[in-house]
Design a protein around this ligand. Structure first.
Ligand code: 6CM
Length: 258
């Protein structure tokens, strides 16, 4: 029996994604693990100084003012606690195309440009125009996975979705009315379970999820800094509140997915 268990763990240890043979895989692997590390650093342990710009209940949003070639690329980091949902459920909803229009408030259009595997997709999106700048679009791979919590091996697995800009010959940048943005985004969810009262089955009241959302978006071309910063200040809190309440609503009558 011990032998059997050992061979199972050897087989299951390597990343099991069906995307491993894709040419983007080394990049997907590297960027996802880097983002996970970066997300797990507290705002105090991180390099650079974070400035709190929005707060609502347990939600905290921080940014750092940064510019590259005169373009605003302010890194953003947000932490929140969501009750009644798991990290897996939050990440699944953030990743899956069928839910996107239900929570993504800045979206105009979304297409799955390539299905690499069931956990890795390439999305082509157009976003709403911000006056007076040109409309923006984004082409990015999106990867979802669970990883053991190395800091607390007894805790349940962490779930992460990582989105990162890519290129495809079918979708060249800056050819139509849109300017291409370049993004690196991640959402990490860690599930906590309160011991259920009177040894009853775990219910949604006993679970909560700590989430971290990190984002760096390069606008790709001219956009006035003050307008962009004002839009981010309004849109990011709106996004996180809408996204989390959408997840609670979607999950409430369904069996818990750990
Ligand atoms: O992370 C978020 N969404 C993901 C799924 O769509 C994905 C996409 C990120 C795109 C970020 C580009 C935004 C640039 C365009 C901003 C347009 C603002 C329009 C305002 C309309 C009045 O990672 C959530 C992204 C939330 C952005 C606020």
């Amino acid at each position: 029996d011990r032998l059997k268990q050992k061979s199972v763990s050897i087989v299951q240890n390597p990343v099991s994604s069906a995307a491993v043979n894709h040419k983007l895989w080394p990049e997907i692997e590297k960027v996802t693990m880097e983002q996970l590390h970066y997300a797990r650093l507290g705002v105090g342990e991180d390099v650079g100084v974070w400035q709190l710009f929005a707060e609502d209940g347990e939600m905290r949003m921080y940014r750092r003012e940064e510019e590259v070639d005169g373009l605003v690329v302010d890194p953003l980091k947000a932490c929140h606690v969501v009750r009644g949902v798991t990290g897996r459920e939050l990440c699944q909803i953030f990743f899956s195309p069928e839910y996107r229009s239900g929570w993504e408030t800045t979206l105009e259009d979304m297409t799955v440009a390539e299905t690499i595997s069931n956990d890795t997709l390439i999305f082509m999106q157009t976003h709403k125009r911000i006056w007076p700048a040109s409309q923006r679009d984004a082409l990015f791979w999106s990867h979802i996975r669970s990883v053991p919590d190395t800091e607390d091996p007894d805790a349940s697995d962490l779930w992460i979705v990582c989105n990162h800009s890519t290129e495809l010959p079918q979708y060249p940048p800056n050819t139509g009315k849109c300017v291409r943005v370049y993004l690196t985004v991640c959402l990490v969810g860690q599930t906590f379970i309160d011991p259920p009262k009177d040894s009853k089955k775990i219910s949604r009241e006993d679970i909560s999820c700590k989430i971290t959302y990190c984002s760096v978006v390069n606008p790709g071309g001219w956009a006035p800094a003050s307008v962009l910063r004002a839009v981010y200040k309004r849109e990011y809190p709106k996004f996180l509140k809408r996204f989390t309440s959408y997840c609670i609503e979607q999950c409430k009558d369904k069996p818990i997915q750990f």
